[in-house]
Structures are given as C-alpha cells and as structure tokens.
Design a protein around this ligand. Structure first.
Ligand code: ZN
Length: 139
C-alpha cells in the first residue's frame, strides 16, 4: 500500500451526447491526470456494462439501450500500456426502479454527467496482466 497526496480536485461535467469514457480520457490527457480517483452522478441514454466471469476469466458484455440514472459511479485512474486508463464501476437505476451495475464500457452515451476527479501526486500506478486472476492489476 502506498500513501498518496491529494494534488488537485477537478470538478466538471460532460455534455449530452458525449461518449462517457472516451470523452473522459480526452479530458484526463488534456490535464495529464495519470493518478487519481473519480466519482460521478447523472444519467445516460445508453450504456455498455461488463461482468468479469472469474471461471472463464473473460468479460461478459451487455448493452442497455435505455435511459438510466447514474446512482453511483466510482473509479480510479492509472496507466495501462503507457496510456491513461480510467477503471470505472457504476450502478444505474432503471425506469422500474430496479438497478443494474458493472464495469463501465464504451459506448456509454451521456445524458448528463457531473464528476469530481481527485488527482494525486506521485509516481503513477501501472497496470500489468496478472495470470492468476486474468485481470490487469496494479504492479
Ligand atoms: Zn472493473
């Protein structure tokens, strides 16, 4: 475990119609945020979620073509293959008040999205493939 220092807090929003992850990556690259955490609220017009099946060590993906509210969105920011990589999990609520959640994937289209990014100072964490889990974990 490492103790990190909070360097900056960025607060903002994305626009209706933005693809959430790719737009976020552009923003992270513009600000050169390589190490941090993200929290967000809002709504989406559609979303793709992943579920990591530990038996097959593969992600199962599902696309939800519906308006859903972002009840909770949290993630971390580190490096994977030399690129800034946000790892984001989310819980959505649906029209019938049921919830779905998982690992957030593209394409996910923003209806409204407000976020807070905590940027940390220090050496970025780097992801590498872990054969034991089949996941890209921090070194
Ligand atoms: Zn995940």
């Amino acid at each position: 475990m490492e103790y990190l220092r909070l360097s900056k807090i960025h607060q903002g929003r994305l626009n209706k119609g933005d693809e959430l992850i790719s737009t976020l990556i552009v923003l992270l690259k513009e600000k050169n945020i390589q190490l941090g955490s993200i929290y967000g609220l809002g709504a989406v017009s559609s979303a793709k979620l992943g579920y990591f099946n530990a038996s097959t060590k593969k992600y199962e993906e599902r696309f939800f073509d519906e308006n859903m509210e972002i009840i909770s969105l949290g993630g971390n920011i580190s490096l994977k293959d030399g690129d800034i990589f946000p790892h984001i999990h989310v819980v959505f609520s649906r029209k019938d008040f049921s919830v779905v959640g998982g690992h957030l994937l593209s394409p996910t289209v923003v209806y409204a999205f407000e976020f807070v990014i905590h940027e940390y100072s220090g050496k970025p964490f780097v992801r590498q493939f872990d054969g034991d889990t089949g996941l890209y974990l921090w070194k």
